[in-house]
Design a protein around this ligand. Structure first.
Ligand code: GCO
Ligand code: MG
Length: 402
């Protein structure tokens, strides 16, 4: 029987910080898992090194489900982003290995294709409305069929989602950047630029918007109602999702579709949202929600309740997560859309991925496994640098949800 011989944790910063797990079997087969938790990278690296790797060595790499149960139930302590990201890395690496052993791309192990391609949405942003419109035009010219639009709220610095350089990177400072927030200014301004996008480009493409957990349920309800004529594909994270019940109030007031879940880590965190149809798209991802095994379980629950998938895919999720996501996206019946931002060139030097973009959609690699290789030597050129996500404060100085 083949056994797990080695599991190595790599922490590097090619373009941004990534934590990567590589499992090697006694037959010399390797598998990769992403273990990146933005701004908390070393916590997951330590959890893996201290508490997971010693228990992995000697196990049967073919027993993916059993290994998942062992690290979830066997830890006694449940859920939480650090634990679930570590379990995800193990699970993803074992699917990669299973694919390589079988000589099949992972999507074939998941039941094969349900669709020909995976529609993605791009991130358009602007420091003002004209620059946002230029950015939307650029993505449409690149062939995207779905675009998310975010613009800086006038006179309120540091609005979420506005790109500074060519790559959007919120975790850019050694200590958390403190950014001001005004709900009143946002609620007055955001609907006007979404309308400006529709006025200029019409309705032949999908328009999305990320509220990024900033509103109360009744504010979110007002926002959703106000933008109904923009026919958004979704409004994302209108209110923080710890309180699943809060979404019922939003739902009672607006037909604007709702997407939630990028910061949630287990099926229990989205159970009511899904079973009571309080959302339309579930944004949990491979890396933060326990890997391919657990995410598929969430997606299957979602399918029963006509909730579709819309996995998180910002650049703080490594190309290993993107590859795994695209294998799932192409296979599950209830796929909705996949978030996609191009990684920095340094990132792609270290992660050689077979995922391909064409006509506003992604294709999984046809190579056995996930189709991603990690270049350890190249990664050595990019040492880890501590970086935090920003913190938001209301204009009176109190802390708000970022
Ligand atoms: C998105 C997300 C990201 C997150 C980031 C946090 O919709 O893409 O909201 O931009 O803020 O991934 O690490
Ligand atoms: Mg988001």
């Amino acid at each position: 029987m083949s056994t797990i011989e080695r599991a190595e944790v790599f922490v590097a910063s090619p373009g941004r910080n990534f934590v990567t797990l590589r499992i090697t079997t006694s037959d010399g087969v390797t598998g990769l898992g992403d273990a990146t938790l933005n701004g908390r990278e070393l916590a997951v690296a330590a959890y893996l090194r201290e508490h997971v790797v010693p228990l992995l060595v000697g196990r049967d790499p073919a027993r993916i489900e059993d290994t998942w149960q062992y690290f979830y139930r066997g830890a006694y302590w449940r859920r939480g982003p650090v634990t679930m990201t570590a379990i995800a890395a193990v699970d993803t690496a074992l699917w990669d290995i299973k694919g390589k052993v079988a000589g099949l791309p992972v999507y074939q192990l998941l039941g094969g294709r349900s669709r020909d391609a995976v529609m993605v949405y791009a991130h358009a942003s602007g420091t003002d409305v004209p620059s946002l419109l230029d950015d939307v035009a650029r993505f449409r010219d690149l062939g995207y069929r779905a675009v998310r639009a975010q613009a800086a709220v006038p006179d309120v610095g540091g609005t979420y989602g506005v790109r500074k350089g060519s790559v959007y990177e919120p975790a850019a400072s050694a200590l958390p950047d403190e950014q001001p927030w005004s709900t009143e200014a946002y609620l007055d301004f955001a609907p006007t630029y979404l309308e400006a996008v529709r006025d200029r480009f019409g309705f032949d493409f999908h328009l999305l918007h990320d509220v990024h957990h900033r509103l109360t349920p009744i504010e979110a309800a007002r926002f959703g109602k106000r933008v109904e004529d923009c026919r958004l594909f979704w409004m994302e994270d209108p209110t923080p999702a710890e309180d699943q019940e809060a979404f019922r109030l939003i739902r009672q007031h607006t037909t604007t579709p709702i997407a939630v879940g990028e910061a949630l880590t287990s099926i229990w965190d989205v159970q009511r949202l899904i079973t009571e149809q309080l959302i339309d798209y579930v944004r949990t991802t491979v890396v933060h929600a326990g890997g391919i095994t657990h995410l598929r379980r969430i997606f299957d629950l979602a399918a029963l309740h006509q909730v579709r998938t819309g996995s998180h895919g910002a650049t703080d999720l490594s190309p290993v997560t993107l590859a795994a996501a695209v294998h799932l996206d192409v296979a599950v019946p209830n796929f909705g859309i996949q978030e996609y931002m191009e990684h920095a060139p340094e990132t792609m030097e270290v992660f050689r991925s077979g995922v391909r973009f064409a006509d506003g959609a992604l294709q999984p690699s046809e190579a056995p496994g996930l189709g991603v290789e990690y270049d350890e030597k190249a990664a050595e050129r990019f040492p880890y640098e501590g970086r935090y996500l920003p913190v938001a404060r209301r204009l009176d100085g109190s802390v708000h949800d970022w």
